[in-house]
Design a protein around this ligand. Structure first.
Ligand code: PMP
Length: 305
């Protein structure tokens, strides 16, 4: 069981975690419309903890809500202050942060008009999402039988809870079949993303991402693209098929929870030589330098606590 710290932030105040609750008639619990983020804070070499790309995460949080016409009753500045204060309150120097915006319990029925909106932020220690050793050894991935919903069946950029029903089906299928993670295709059969990560491949020296038509626009993905460009690495975005991944020199997933994780196998085809490749390793190092405050060019990505 996760050991959650004693405090979380709920609607503007610190509340004891064991008393922070909501009604079983909470609208978001019934219909899956709540917005959330996953954010990490790292101990940095600047001697302080820093929340990585907090501004980008909170802007996406507000944009996800806005797309659903949900009004978050806190400003960007108030949410920023809440995250910073929470890290201090729970006294963690490394943490995963989870803001969640959800509708209240005033009424059920699909119309969300006139419902109250609540926001909570929790923080806890969360180690390597895809398991210890994933970063160095790499992971085994299975193409999911569940397609990622396409852009005409919902909002593909919004990080809302309901979308994760699809991710959970894919993750369950892959892990119960003995794999570490799922790769979801779009409804036309082109590569989309992982259940909670974006994908990149390396082919002939170029870093290539699948055109992100129905994938979440990951902040780690954007970070890795910028870091790759800094390193003089060419980056392309194009439609990818499963066999593009099977025959890639390297492949990796990116995500806030997962970070930069090499993929060494897809559907029992070994990718490259079955080890973390040199481009992946270089980007892992660049990412670690950025989050740990070792890259002075990227100081603006850190919110010091
Ligand atoms: N795709 C999905 C479906 C995700 O859940 C996540 C995790 N938020 C990502 C991609 C990666 O996004 P980020 O790098 O912003 O964490």
């Amino acid at each position: 069981m996760t050991q959650y710290p004693d405090w979380l932030w709920y609607d503007g105040k610190f509340v004891e975690t064991h008393t922070a609750s909501t009604s079983v008639l909470t609208h978001s619990l019934h219909y899956g419309v709540s917005v959330f983020e996953g954010i990490r804070a790292y101990r940095t070499e600047l001697g302080k903890t820093a929340i990585f790309r907090l501004d980008a995460h909170l802007r996406r949080f507000i944009a996800s809500a806005r797309a659903f016409r949900m009004h978050i009753p806190f400003t960007l500045n108030e949410l920023t202050a809440a995250h910073v204060a929470l890290i201090g309150k729970v006294q963690l120097d490394e943490a995963y942060l989870r803001p969640l915006g959800f509708y209240g319990a005033e009424k059920l029925g699909l119309l969300t008009k006139d419902l109250s909106v609540h926001v909570m932020v929790a923080a806890w220690a969360w180690a390597a999402y895809l398991g210890e050793g994933a970063m160095t050894r790499g992971i085994r991935v299975k193409t999911s039988s569940f397609a990622r919903p396409n852009a005409s069946s919902g909002l593909t950029r919004a990080k809302i809870s309901g979308t994760y029903a699809n991710s959970i089906l894919a993750k369950l299928e892959a892990t119960e079949d003995g794999y570490d993670e799922a790769l979801l295709l779009d409804s036309q059969g082109y590569v989309a993303e992982g259940s909670g990560e974006n994908l990149f491949i390396v082919r002939g020296g170029a870093l290539i991402e699948p055109e992100p038509a129905c994938a979440l626009l990951g902040i780690t993905r954007e970070t890795v693209i910028e870091l790759a460009q800094d390193l003089g690495q060419k980056v392309q975005s194009r439609r990818l098929t499963r066999d593009d991944v099977y025959n890639a020199d390297e492949a990796f997933f990116t995500g806030t929870a997962a970070e930069v994780v090499p993929i060494v196998e897809l559907d029992r085809r070994t990718i490259g030589d079955g080890k973390c490749g040199p481009v992946t390793a270089r980007l892992q190092r660049a990412y670690a330098d950025a989050v740990r405050g070792r890259d002075p060019k990227r100081a603006e990505w850190l919110t010091l606590v």
